[in-house]
Design a protein around this ligand. Structure first.
Ligand SMILES: [Zn+2]
Length: 274
């Protein structure tokens, strides 16, 4: 089947874009990068589609849930034939089915929930999820505590990340990179996770599926951009969507002088993260 210029098959996108040396280099960087997606739900599904459509070949998907019928309106990798299946397996099957390039997808799956200890730290850190590979983390869970823990673990390990959140008609996405310490981090903007009793949940408030799709794809675009040589350009900018009001904004908060994150501290003398 020939490639159409309009409506080009998603999995041909990477090769279709590789029309000059600079673009081929960018595609190669994306193919070599290991993308770790935490949460394969409303944000994780469109983020994974956006990553693979953009040329990503190496993925780890982490989620401990199984597919339920209530997921189908916004978790677009799943269908009735995967009800009851572990999400990581259903997502992997779907992504492989969408791929027909010579180089197969390298998809690792972890059917478990990442834990946060009593001090708010990610149990085990990030390094164990990405041995020996250039990595970008996408935090797509619905847990505020986990978002902060993953943020702090990535900052400590020197791993770039994208954090997203969605609730009702609103959503946000933000990239943080270790080589842009002068830019705002997630804690500059949000400081600390809210107490559990004050944090509205997706289950209690609901999520508009289309909003999750917009924010998830925005996260994928930010993550793909992090593989490039000028990856710090969009870091620290909060992409804020209120789709009921028809408003999309890219806010650039200043790095807070009182921020508690080590993101803004200089690297140690041997070049390792603080
Ligand atoms: Zn900060």
């Amino acid at each position: 089947m020939g490639t159409r210029r309009c409506g080009v098959a998603m999995t041909d996108l990477g090769s279709d874009l590789a029309t000059d040396l600079a673009t081929r280099s960018a595609v190669s960087a994306i193919e070599e990068t290991h993308f770790i997606v935490i949460g394969a739900g409303g944000l994780g599904c469109p983020a994974l589609l956006g990553l693979v459509g953009g040329g990503a070949r190496r993925l780890t998907i982490i989620d401990d849930d199984c597919v339920e019928s209530s997921n189908l309106q916004r978790q677009v990798l799943y269908a009735v034939d995967t009800l009851g299946c572990p999400k990581v397996e259903a997502a992997s099957w779907r992504l492989r089915a969408l791929t027909r390039r010579a180089q197969p997808l390298d998809v690792q799956t972890l059917a478990r929930r990442l834990e946060v200890d009593q001090n708010g730290a990610l149990v085990g850190g990030i390094a164990a999820l990405s041995p020996g590979r250039a990595a970008v983390v996408l935090e797509c869970s619905d847990s505020p505590a986990l978002k902060f823990a993953v943020h702090d673990a990535c900052v400590t390990a020197g791993v770039p990340l994208v954090i997203g959140g969605v609730l009702d008609w609103r959503g946000q996405a933000m990239a943080v990179a270790p080589d842009a310490p002068e830019r705002a981090c997630y804690r500059c903007r949000f400081e600390d996770p809210p107490p559990p009793e004050l944090a509205p949940s997706c289950a209690s408030v609901g999520v508009v599926g289309a909003v999750a799709g917009v924010v998830g794809h925005c996260m994928a675009a930010l993550a793909l951009a992090l593989t490039g040589p000028d990856r710090g350009r969009d870091c620290g900018r909060l992409h804020d969507f209120d789709l009921l009001a028809g408003r999309c904004a890219a806010l650039a908060p200043r790095a807070s002088p009182t921020c508690s994150s080590t993101h803004h501290k200089p690297a140690t003398s041997d070049g390792s993260p603080p």
